[in-house]
Design a protein around this ligand. Structure first.
Ligand code: ADP
Ligand code: MG
Length: 286
């Protein structure tokens, strides 16, 4: 059975997408897992990191993104979403990571999210709007070992669609006040949602990103998160810490030629992501 996880933080810019893509590439290239990335963020960053902007534009122009899935719910007589047409197979510019598929996102998801939120539930003709993604992908998930859903930085309907199919979630965060501020709210809201749908959705852990070992703020922030974990008041904090480095930012550019994991994630980064992926797998399989 596939392990399905979401990456969530209410703050943008904390490394959610970077972590999603690096984990996908490491799980595929380093652990030989079949991985599906579901990009639910209208920012479309995971999509352009994995297939490049040009290809994304073509897909977007022909309605082959997840925006179409949600638009279908708003236009029940005009169903157009086609899973197989939207699914991009063998994405990523990492040569060893050839077992990653992608369901691409679209900027149109911003409008769709607003429309979904303002549509009276009766208009969905018995389809619960939080189950749209689940209905579309449930029969396909077991083609994969790990499915990672990159969620937008909010707890709206689109994010709930991601959580609906997830058994667990990861919270990437910079260890500072503003980035960690929303974590208790995420944990509480996801717990409530999990109870509502009567399916377990476990917090797998907080993944520390953009860590600056010289920063007192970061040192104290990390200590505080671990203290909360030890006191039973906060989620687990993964031991692996992803440092802030230009190499990560540079890795965001999709290349037309293939590179190795260590080429894309140089100076020990590939090892850091391998270690984080190992911790995530241990949580999922343990
Ligand atoms: N470890 C890191 N070191 C340096 N820059 C990083 C790191 N992780 C992410 N970034 C950069 O920070 C920005 C935000 O990261 P991103 O993953 O897009 O965040 P989010 O998805 O949470 O909005 C991007 O420009 C990304 O390249
Ligand atoms: Mg993002």
């Amino acid at each position: 059975m596939a392990h399905v996880i979401s990456t969530i933080n209410l703050k943008g810019g904390v490394g959610k997408t970077t972590t999603t893509v690096a984990l996908a590439e490491t799980l595929s290239g380093g652990f030989h897992k079949r991985v599906l990335v579901i990009d639910l963020d209208p920012q479309t960053n995971a999509t352009t990191m994995l297939i490049g902007e040009e290809k994304w534009r073509k897909l977007n122009d022909s309605g082959r993104t997840l925006a179409r899935l949600f638009k279908d719910a708003l236009e029940p007589n005009n169903k157009q979403f086609d899973f197989d047409a939207a699914l991009q197979k063998g994405v990523s510019d990492v040569s060893a990571a050839h077992t990653i598929d992608l369901l691409p996102s679209s900027l149109d998801l911003i409008d769709v999210q607003d429309q979904l939120a303002s549509t009276p539930s009766g208009k969905f003709y018995s389809v619960n709007p939080i189950e749209l993604l689940w209905r579309a992908v449930k029969s396909k998930l077991d083609d994969y070992d790990v499915v990672i859903v990159d969620c937008p930085p909010n707890l709206g309907i689109i994010t709930l669609n991601g959580l609906r199919i997830s058994q667990g979630y990861i919270i990437p965060t910079i260890p500072d006040i503003l980035s960690t501020y929303g974590i208790p709210q995420i944990v509480t809201r996801v717990r409530e949602f999990s109870q509502e749908i009567a399916e377990p959705i476990e917090p797998l852990g907080i993944a520390i990103t953009k860590y600056r070992a010289q920063s007192t703020t970061h040192i104290n922030g990390l200590r505080r998160l671990k203290g909360e974990e030890d006191a039973g008041k906060g989620p687990h904090v993964f031991d692996t810490v992803i440092p802030e480095t230009d190499a990560v930012a540079a890795a965001a550019e999709h290349l037309e030629h293939q590179r190795t994991l260590k080429g894309k994630y140089p100076r020990g980064l590939a090892d850091s992501y391998r270690s984080l992926a190992g911790e995530v797998l241990a949580k999922l399989e343990g």
